[in-house]
Write a protein that binds this ligand. Structure first.
Ligand code: GRF
Length: 185
């Protein structure tokens, strides 16, 4: 299974997926990594592992340009990890039910930006992360897996986000495993 990972940030979820592919825990390989920020850590992480990368600048036709690139590279599954762009029809249509996203809350609670801060501000005692299929909405697609993360009384936004990210890495690997086995059954 040829997997593409798209992000805007540091690339820790990319790295977790890459390690799992490398260790044979995921029956696939990360064949392409893309970002909408030229200096995103995720691109550096991929280049260091000799994975082809691309930069797609923001713009009206972002989804169309990205879809074209992924199709050229025969990508079969797309994993979004912190991509700060809404995925639109050309990309959704090119990969129906084959685009996943990781979100740092227990959806449907706290969609949108900095979900860990939203959970702290709402004085929740737990939050978590969710892997879901991507549809035309924001953080709304069908949920694949979630993991709960307790909120401690002395948590800062940073400490909570770091703990959620540890859970993200587990849950993303497990979700991709599950999705690939359902696609290849
Ligand atoms: C993750 O926390 C993810 O939930 C959010 O963006 C972050 C990406 O982190 N959507 P990384 O680039 O994978 O380290």
């Amino acid at each position: 299974m040829r997997i593409a990972v798209l992000g805007s940030g540091a690339g820790s979820n990319f790295l977790a997926l890459w390690k799992a592919c490398h260790a044979g825990k995921i029956a696939g390989e990360i064949s392409l990594v893309g970002a909408d920020q030229q200096n995103a850590g995720i691109l550096e992480q991929a280049e260091a592992r000799n994975i082809p990368t691309f930069f797609a600048k923001k713009g009206k036709d972002f989804s169309e340009r990205v879809a074209q690139r992924l199709l050229e590279e025969n990508i079969e599954l797309v994993c979004l990890a912190g991509l700060m762009q809404i995925v639109k029809a050309p990309l959704l249509g090119a990969f129906p039910n084959r685009i996943l996203n990781i979100h740092p809350s227990l959806l449907p609670k706290f969609p949108g930006k900095e979900a860990w801060k939203q959970a702290l501000e709402a004085r929740e005692d737990e939050t978590g992360c969710t892997v879901h299929y991507v549809d035309a909405g924001m953080d709304t697609g069908e949920i694949i897996l979630q993991e709960r993360v307790p909120i401690k009384t002395d948590d800062t936004p940073e400490s909570l986000h770091a703990r959620i990210q540890e859970a993200e890495h587990r849950v993303y690997v497990e979700s991709v495993r599950t999705v690939i086995s359902s696609l290849t059954d």
